[in-house]
Design a protein around this ligand. Structure first.
Ligand code: NAP
Length: 455
């Protein structure tokens, strides 16, 4: 894949970049290893100062970074700036909490003193996607760096300017040279990088295919991985739900980030009693959304990130229609203009065996299903290869408890939008991946949990 900035709203190639040579990759790895030797000894207070300074750089230049994000991957400028602000939040969160999260944990044993000590592992490779090109990186980097690891980033090939700017942000904040480096490389270099002795572990956010490939290569080297992969989150609405809030949230949940979020609600599972009304209101709400130039503050939905994403999504939609799905709104890619635009779409009457059941729709396409009651709702929600997030809407406490206990997902949100929050762990089960980011669990992924026993 060419490493380039190609404006998804126009198709125009803005800038192309040379991939690093093997020699340059070797230099970066050597720099990372050297940096680790001293960085691992830096006290928390100093690392926290740098992490807070990183937050300040992000906030000071959020407009500029927002513009770069929008130009490279097409989300609305408003949401791009909000993404940069959220990165500042995660930096401050780990600046404030890392020392506490990584403090020694005493254990009573037959020793005079025994405890757990958390220590950094070394160079960690992060392979990241374009859909939240700043957030995905910072939610890895803030805990990893606060734990005393150093990071190397292989970012998606369509967001090179984001990738380079992130390295510069850390440098501007004062974080030592080599503690965080961007490697402009294509995906086929990842296997060699993970095989390098200096690289101790890896995390990948992206597709199942890429995740499986990284995990296979890391497994051969007995190296730990964290995988944050795709999802097809259910959004379940029961009779007692507050429909107005549910419809408004459903619209946001399916269309934010132009529909390209792993934790977007993708399958809308409706109790029969409210299904007609919910579908009608959701259709009206989708029709009111404005699709267009992501730089325009009036725009709700910008273009999809690449022509491939647009084609893949359209193919899934057309297959569903051929198999019997009915279209409430939208239904095909806009081909009559430049840019990778896809209108907000709702498909109902989706037959079993169609992609609506087991594929991830990465764009603003809502798949609607009807169920007779909670048993069927939970069964349908769990009938998916994925298990990332789930949102369930009900005023009934028995139903709420069943959703919490029985939904197969890394997160269950009751009467709310599934979202990431630095204070809560984030990750999936099943084919959505393993391991957790954020919160205390996130910072414990890339440390040696060392048992100490002293007599
Ligand atoms: P992708 O193709 O898997 O790309 C993600 C990253 O992996 C890119 O840096 C890509 O590099 C790299 N890559 C691709 N093939 C690889 C391979 N064989 N070995 C190593 N690295 C490889 O993913 P995408 O389709 O762009 O991103 C969307 C996917 O990410 C969706 O499935 C979405 O649900 C998921 N996602 C998950 C989360 C989560 O937290 N669970 C968050 C956001 C997105 P190139 O760009 O150079 O190919």
């Amino acid at each position: 894949m060419t490493i380039a900035t190609i404006n998804p709203a126009t198709g125009e190639t803005i800038k192309t970049f040379e991939a690093l040579s093997d020699r340059e990759i070797e230099e970066k790895l050597a720099t990372a290893q050297t940096a680790f030797e001293s960085y691992r000894r830096i006290p928390f207070a100093q690392k926290a100062k740098w992490m807070n300074a990183t937050a300040e750089v992000l906030e000071k230049d959020k407009q500029r970074f927002g513009n770069i994000i929008t130009q490279e991957m097409g989300k609305t400028l408003f949401s791009a700036i909000a993404e940069v602000e959220k990165c500042a939040l995660v930096c401050r969160y780990y600046a404030d909490n890392a020392e506490k999260f990584l403090a020694d944990v005493p254990a009573e044993t037959d020793a005079s003193s025994s405890f757990v000590r958390y220590q950094p592992l070394g160079v960690i490779l992060a392979v990241m996607p374009w859909n939240f090109p700043f957030w995905q990186v910072f939610r890895f980097a803030a805990p990893a760096l606060m734990a005393g690891n150093v990071g190397i980033l292989k970012h998606a090939s369509n967001v090179p300017q984001c990738a380079l700017n992130i390295e510069e942000i850390f440098l501007e904040a004062g974080i030592p040279d080599g503690a965080f480096q961007t490697l402009l490389v294509s995906a086929d270099k990842v296997a060699k990088i993970i095989a390098d002795d200096r690289v101790k572990a890896a995390t990948l956010t992206g597709s199942e295919f890429a995740g499986a490939s990284l995990a296979e290569n890391a497994g051969k080297q007995i190296k730990k991985t964290v995988l944050e992969l795709g999802g097809s989150d259910p959004f379940i609405v029961m009779e007692s739900a507050d429909l107005e809030t549910a419809v408004r949230t459903a619209t946001t949940a399916r269309t934010m980030n132009n529909g390209q979020s792993c934790i977007a609600a993708k399958r809308f599972i409706l109790a029969e009693a409210i299904a007609d009304e919910f579908e009608q209101r959701l259709t009206e709400s989708f029709k009111a959304l404005r699709v267009g130039d992501p730089m325009d503050p009036e725009t709700d939905i910008g273009p999809l990130a690449t022509p491939d994403i647009q084609n893949d999504l359209d193919q899934l939609v057309q297959t569903c229609i051929q198999k019997g799905s009915n279209v409430l709104v939208g239904g095909s890619a806009w081909r009559d203009r430049p840019g990778n635009f896809y209108p907000p779409t709702i498909l109902k009457d989706n037959p079993p065996g169609s992609p609506a059941y087991d594929e991830e729709f990465f764009g603003p396409v809502a798949l609607v299903f009807r169920v007779s009651g909670i048993d069927e709702a939970i069964a349908l929600a769990n009938n998916s290869p994925f298990g990332l997030g789930a949102s369930a809407w009900t005023a009934n406490s028995d139903q709420r408890d069943r959703f919490i206990n029985e939904l197969e997902a890394g997160a269950v949100f009751i009467n709310g939008l599934v979202k990431s929050d630095p204070r809560l762990p984030f990750g999936g089960i099943k084919r959505s991946g393993y391991g957790r980011e954020l919160s205390i669990q996130g910072i414990h992924e890339f440390v040696n949990i060392k048992t100490v026993w002293v007599k």
